[in-house]
Write a protein that binds this ligand. Structure first.
Ligand code: ACO
Length: 401
């Protein structure tokens, strides 16, 4: 076997680092992450403080523009986002063509890609300030599209946005209001959603963000880049894990709650089963977001008076894994997705929407990273490879093969 860790090509050395475990793709001034110490800062501000005190759109502004907004800046920004929450009615025609059981992540990535046709760069109305308008449109319209998916799955008519509501309350209104009743947004629910979105807002060069940057590096437009990011997030090893966690916890419950059996399965190298919501590429001590979310899950369930047996299974699994040599030696701890699904469930959000919720939260990070990349003038991303296929062959006529 050849050592392919570093091989010389005609143009110089090529380093192989599958999964980019030790390869930086960029410098960045957005998010600071210390995986050993479990530290996460957005633009210098600790995630704990932001999750406790800030509003999601305020954090979006911080990530995108580099500093917390003043009161005046925030009012203008909120107004500019809120007043763009309607989606072009012609996009509804595309949406109507999706099957009723289409996964909302597939619908979301398609419709965000379609936005580049509805809102092209040469939009003369905005006199060159194109990116700014696109940023506000994305922040405004993605939650609206997400609620369309839910309403369609329920067979209900969609709700139009109510611009006097804040970002999270407006989302909840579009999700849950019915024409027949006077729906009031519960402030506990809205504040829990605000916290979850903030905790997901950026996480430096993860799979979906790196995808957004790589696509953006070819100078593809922001909608195309973010649509690609949504697709990358969908995978069960990334954002799709939050859906898989709840499905796993439910399966354990249905199976009699035997946590030890599932721990054993996860350790078995002949099995492909992994404990979803455990492990992280960068956090090798604890995930600071998971700490906040675990407490939030307890609070929200208590405040809403929800008694969810799945929470008990989750706690049992965490306890057992933290005592188990396999998980301890590999530094596998619950990640942000382990408890987020439990909160989403308590808020009434269906399981197949969990990853969409993650996408709504991650959107400001994707936008900030895309802008940083574009402003830096970084070269197009184009990794190399070491070729391991056959050596030169000659074409053989089909009747002689
Ligand atoms: N259950 C059981 N074993 C695991 C798990 C798990 N959840 N995660 C990692 N391991 C084991 C691996 O089998 C491997 O064992 P080995 O050394 O004996 O071969 C070792 O731990 C290292 O795992 P890798 O897959 O090499 O670690 P990597 O950094 O590539 O993967 C990842 C990280 C993808 C998050 C992984 O831990 C995983 O699959 N977790 C479950 C899915 C999940 O929760 N994803 C969400 C991540 S957070 C986010 O995207 C927001």
């Amino acid at each position: 076997a050849i050592d392919i860790s570093t091989l010389r090509s005609k143009t110089g050395y090529i380093t192989i680092d599958e999964g980019f475990k030790n390869t930086g793709s960029t410098t960045s001034g957005i998010t600071y992450l210390d995986g050993e110490e479990g530290i996460l800062h957005y633009r210098g501000y600790p995630i704990e403080e932001l999750a406790e005190k800030a509003e999601f759109l305020e954090v979006a502004y911080l990530l995108i523009y580099g500093e917390l907004p003043t009161k005046e800046q925030y009012e203008v920004f909120k107004h500019e986002v809120t007043t763009r929450s309607l989606v072009n009615e012609d996009m509804r025609k595309i949406f109507d063509g999706f099957p009723v059981n289409a996964h909302p992540m597939g619908v979301m990535s398609s419709l965000v890609g379609a936005m580049s046709s509805f809102y092209p760069d040469n939009d003369k109305k905005h006199k060159g300030d194109f990116t700014e308008v696109h940023i506000r449109r994305l922040l405004a319209k993605i939650p609206t599209i997400a609620t369309w998916c839910y309403k369609k799955s329920q067979g209900h008519p969609i709700n139009y946005p109510k611009n006097h509501l804040d970002y999270c309350s407006n989302f909840l209104h579009m999700m849950f209001a019915l024409p027949v009743e006077n729906y009031e947004v519960d402030p506990i629910v809205s504040s829990a959603l605000n916290k979850l979105l903030i905790l997901h807002a950026d996480h430096e060069q993860n799979c979906s963000t790196s995808t957004v940057r790589l696509v953006g590096s070819s100078k593809a437009n922001i909608y195309a880049s973010i649509s690609a990011g949504i697709s990358a997030l969908w995978g069960p090893l990334h954002g799709g894990a939050n859906q898989e966690v709840i499905e796993m916890l439910e399966a354990i419950k249905e199976d009699g709650g035997d946590v030890a059996k599932y721990i054993a399965m996860a350790k078995d190298k002949n099995s492909t089963f992994r404990l979803m919501g455990f492990g992280h590429r960068v956090y090798k001590n604890f995930d600071p977001r998971a700490k906040i979310i675990k407490k939030a899950a307890d609070d929200v369930l208590a405040k809403l008076g929800v008694n969810d047996p799945v929470l008990e299974i989750a706690k049992g699994l965490e306890e057992a894994a933290l005592k188990d040599e396999y998980f301890v030696s590999r530094k596998l701890y619950p990640n942000v997705d382990f408890y987020s699904g439990i909160i989403y469930r308590a808020l009434g959000i269906p399981t197949n929407m969990f990853t969409v919720m993650f996408a709504i939260g991650r959107l400001p990070g994707w936008i900030a990273q895309w802008l940083e990349l574009r402003k830096s003038g970084q070269a197009i991303g184009r990794p190399r490879q070491i070729y391991t296929g056959p050596t030169k062959k000659h074409y053989v006529d089909i009747d002689q093969r």
